[in-house]
Design a protein around this ligand. Structure first.
Ligand SMILES: N[C@@H](CCC(=O)N[C@@H](CS)C(=O)NCC(=O)O)C(=O)O
Length: 317
């Protein structure tokens, strides 16, 4: 059983039990997580032996008990053995490896998800620069990469899915909204190539586009359609309802692109980028991006797509 601090609360982030033992985790009004031991046989009796491994992370607390109906029955001839190992503050923080906030759209996805949903992590920042080998920490040689207790997870989609298994509610709880959110995130992950190529993320720049391909126009219109659909079907203010979920994290880099390139978003789709940009987590990313006084030449050439009309970043050193 693993209990971790998530925002103001303690949450059970992993529980595995071997039949006939079951562990129930009802929601609780306070901030401790509740864990109730239960057995299919209706209670614990002499001769039963339980072995428990409980890990409680930094700042988290839990209540561990048995259900009233699963109490230990008196059996004088046999003893009931419960071996429990509690490891307190033993959970290491997630480490999230990312690159330049001004440019790294893929890094932004898990970063903003974890910030907006109060999942604590240590940021490991690496600059794009000749000689920086991302393979020293990421198997694909790309960012983002998440490290948890020695386990490495790379690719923004895999990272968000990994987090969703451990922190309830990162995908929408409503099944229809969840199916839509998964489809829209997958479409963003594997599609929108022309939009990505024409409008590479550069948070601090303002660019007037002069070259817009047919593919780009088609994708911009698809983006309008997709965002409008999310807003009208699930009622906003976020893409799949009233909570910031993984689908919003997937489109967070697009919100910066809308701002940089002045992309035309119409009707219900027009509220999405301003809502995302107003989030404290997005404001923090933006401020950090603007403060970067280092550049990567391969991300600075806009001559094929338009003209730079503004640069709000700290001067390059
Ligand atoms: N599909 C990957 C793409 C990751 C990716 O391309 N990251 C870029 C930075 S935004 C990178 O690490 N580039 C370094 C390189 O290509 O050497 C994901 O979703 O995480």
């Amino acid at each position: 059983m693993i209990v971790e601090r998530v925002g103001e609360r303690s949450e059970v982030t992993r529980v595995l039990s071997q039949s006939p033992l079951r562990v129930l985790t009802p929601r609780n009004h306070g901030d401790a997580a509740w864990l109730f031991l239960s057995s299919l046989g209706g209670g614990f009796v002499g001769g039963d032996a339980l072995s428990l491994d409980v890990r409680v992370g930094d700042g988290a607390c839990c209540w561990l008990s048995s259900q009233a109906s699963s109490k230990a029955y008196r059996a004088p001839a046999w003893s009931l053995e419960i071996r429990a190992e509690f490891r307190l503050n033993s959970i290491r923080m997630y480490e999230l490896f990312i690159a330049n906030k001004n440019y790294s759209s893929w890094s932004l996805r898990p970063w903003v998800l974890m910030k907006a949903r109060d999942i604590p992590f240590t940021e490991k920042f690496y600059r794009f620069a000749a000689g920086t080998d991302f393979r020293s920490f990421s198997p694909s040689g790309r960012v983002p990469c998440l490290v948890n207790d020695g386990e490495r997870v790379w690719d923004s989609l895999a990272i968000c899915e990994y987090l969703a298994e451990r922190h309830p509610g990162l995908w929408p709880t409503d099944a229809r909204a969840r199916a839509w959110a998964r489809s829209a995130s997958a479409e963003m992950h594997s599609g929108f190539g022309a939009l990505r190529e024409t409008c590479s993320m550069s948070c601090g720049l303002r660019v007037k586009l002069t070259h817009r391909s047919d593919g780009f126009e088609r994708e911009l219109s698809r983006l309008n359609e997709l965002w409008s659909e999310g807003m009208t079907r699930f009622g906003g203010p976020f893409l799949a309802g009233n909570t910031f979920t993984i689908v919003d994290a997937f489109f967070a880099p697009v919100a910066f692109r809308v701002q940089t390139y002045g992309l035309e978003m119409r009707g219900h789709a027009a509220t999405v980028a301003p809502t995302l940009l107003a989030l404290p987590a997005m404001k923090q990313w933006y401020a950090d991006a603007l403060a970067e006084d280092f550049r990567d030449a391969s991300h600075e050439d806009f001559s094929k797509v338009g003209t730079i009309t503004g640069d709000l970043r700290a001067p390059a050193r």
